[in-house]
Design a protein around this ligand. Structure first.
Ligand SMILES: [Zn+2]
Length: 161
């Protein structure tokens, strides 16, 4: 790897540290030519296989672009989108796969998007799960209602004597 300061082709590792979740190694390097230090981060590659069969590196930016349209007019900030993309990448990496179908990336987006904004979730799910009728929407809304009931009713029940 080239030194980013003087473009020398050689560098020496002075420290290596594993990221907390074990998904990356951060190395501190020193250039023997100019003596300056810089960091590199090493992660396993994660490929997304497109419908055409062509693989490309996983990109948080593509996740964000895919979700942004569904979030139009919704109270969702750029920070929310960045967090969602990070969550999607972490959940895919945690599954330990080196390759994933583009369609499965879409499915991995559904869960964090449901937490973020239910309307955006329904828009996105209608495309990714190929909703064809009002019944498909009604079924998805029923699931959302059930999930939000589960979330709020549990503490009240626990208060009995
Ligand atoms: Zn240098």
């Amino acid at each position: 790897m080239y030194c980013p300061f003087c473009r020398n082709a050689d560098s020496r590792v002075v420290d290596s540290r594993l990221a907390e979740d074990g998904s990356a190694i951060r190395r501190r390097r020193q250039c023997p030519e100019c003596g300056r230090r810089f960091s590199t981060v090493e992660t396993t590659s994660l490929s997304v296989i497109k419908r055409s069969g062509v693989g490309e590196p996983f990109s948080r930016g593509k996740v964000i672009n895919g979700v942004r349209k569904a979030c139009q007019g919704r109270p969702v900030s750029e920070d929310d989108l960045a967090m969602l993309a990070q969550e999607v990448e972490e959940s895919i990496r945690a599954s330990g796969v080196a390759e994933i179908d583009a369609h499965e990336v879409g499915l991995a987006i559904l869960k964090p998007l449901q937490k973020l904004d239910q309307v955006a979730y329904l828009r996105f799910a209608s495309v990714y799960q190929a909703f064809e009728s009002l019944e498909d929407f009604e079924a998805a809304i029923a699931v959302l209602r059930r999930d939000s009931l589960h979330g709020s009713s549990a503490p009240a029940v626990a208060q009995g004597r």
